[in-house]
Design a protein around this ligand. Structure first.
Ligand code: SF4
Length: 362
């Protein structure tokens, strides 16, 4: 029985070299009635398979580097997050999802050669190496496929040997099945992206409601975890003030400020090619008609005065709730930082350093 957010794939395609990997075996046993085939013919294209109105799940032998820095930009203040790359694309369907423009195709892929992943991580996390803040929620949702892959469960179990690594699991759904494999709750940060209830309802198809995300965050806090929250993307739409005020109110119903390790604010920004995809696939997404400029990184973003107004309003609400040092801005300039938070990342010793300290409670 799959969770509500996850439709059953119509076909599973497998690279022969990963067929006996634990994660591939687990997926095949959990989806025992889904047809599968080996991807052994170089001419065969994933798109030639007819998944019968559903989608193809591709268990791939990934040959690239699993661990990498977040693809930030030198023009804005980046948080220095290290990505543990475990797959590509997402079964959820947020209208604004940047992955739709980022990857060449929308095939849902799981990097099934976990042995290679763990070998690489062992090298990266050698004893005595510096503290690392890492996460899996950059090129996919950290937990959307968890019920069939158990990937995060494997990862947190592996990381119990490495107290110098703090892992963020970022999601928009609720799955806490990884929790019982965590040996030290201080080294895992369950994280949820949050938005106004209206944006969640109309633009984040398949995701959990705000209440359910926060109920799950509460369950984590009860087990000794601190959580992270990400207001991202903040969208400018009629009624946004009431919407985001409501979000802060719901957060305060479920969590105390000290249970939040850090919280980011990120304005909606997108690669120009995403615009056409949104027009075509999400005709109700009227926020795309807002006032955008092209930023220094080539992405479009809301005009500065509008961004400042939104950041300022939400930050005020969060400060009233009791957050301060934990708030940071995602991909903004020092000028915006100064205006909104009254300091720059440099004042904090660098944003990556600041977030590392918050992650490890230093
Ligand atoms: S949850 Fe994240 S990765 Fe998945 S569709 Fe939404 S924005 Fe994209």
């Amino acid at each position: 029985m799959l969770p509500g957010h996850l439709k059953q794939p119509g076909h599973i395609l497998i690279d022969p070299s990963v067929l006996n990997q634990k994660v591939a075996r687990r997926i095949l046993s959990r989806l025992a009635n889904v047809p599968w085939s080996l991807y052994s013919d170089p001419e065969q294209q994933v798109r030639d398979i007819d998944p019968g109105g559903s989608y193809v799940l591709y268990l791939k032998h990934y040959k690239g580097r699993f661990m990498r820095f977040c693809p930030g930009t030198k023009h804005y203040q980046c948080c220095g997050y290290r990505i543990i790359h475990m797959g590509e694309n997402c079964p959820l369907n947020c209208s604004y999802c940047i992955l739709k423009a980022y990857f060449q195709d929308s095939v849902l892929k799981v990097w099934a050669n976990q042995d290679d992943l763990f070998r690489e991580l062992e090298q990266q996390f050698s004893p005595g190496s510096r503290l690392i803040r890492a996460g899996t929620g950059e090129f996919t949702d950290s937990l959307a496929l968890e019920s069939i892959t158990g990937y995060s469960r494997d990862l947190v179990a592996f990381l119990s040997e490495y107290p110098g690594v703090c892992l963020e699991l970022k999601s928009k759904i609720v799955d806490l099945t990884w929790m019982d494999r965590v040996s030290d709750p201080r080294r895992v940060l369950p994280a949820w992206s949050v938005n106004s209830p209206e944006i969640i309802r109309t633009q984040e198809q398949g995701t959990a409601s705000l209440e359910n995300r926060l109920r799950a965050a509460r369950a984590c806090a009860d087990q000794g975890f601190r959580v992270c929250l990400h207001f991202d993307p903040i969208i400018h739409y009629p009624g946004w003030k009431q919407g985001y005020a409501k979000t802060v109110e719901v957060i305060s119903d479920y969590l105390a400020p000290e249970e939040i390790a850090y919280l980011s604010l990120g304005s909606f920004r997108f690669m120009p090619q995403l615009e056409k995809i949104i027009f075509r696939k999400h005709p109700g997404a009227s926020y795309i008609f807002n006032e955008f400029i092209t930023g220094l990184d080539g992405k479009k973003r809301l005009l500065l005065p509008l961004r400042l107004e939104q950041f300022g309003f939400i930050t005020d609400q969060l400060r009233k709730f009791g957050l301060d040092r934990q708030i940071y801005l995602c991909m903004e300039s020092s000028y915006v930082w100064e205006k909104i938070l009254g300091c720059t990342p440099k004042d904090l010793g660098g944003l990556d350093n600041h977030l590392l300290k918050l992650s490890f409670e230093l």
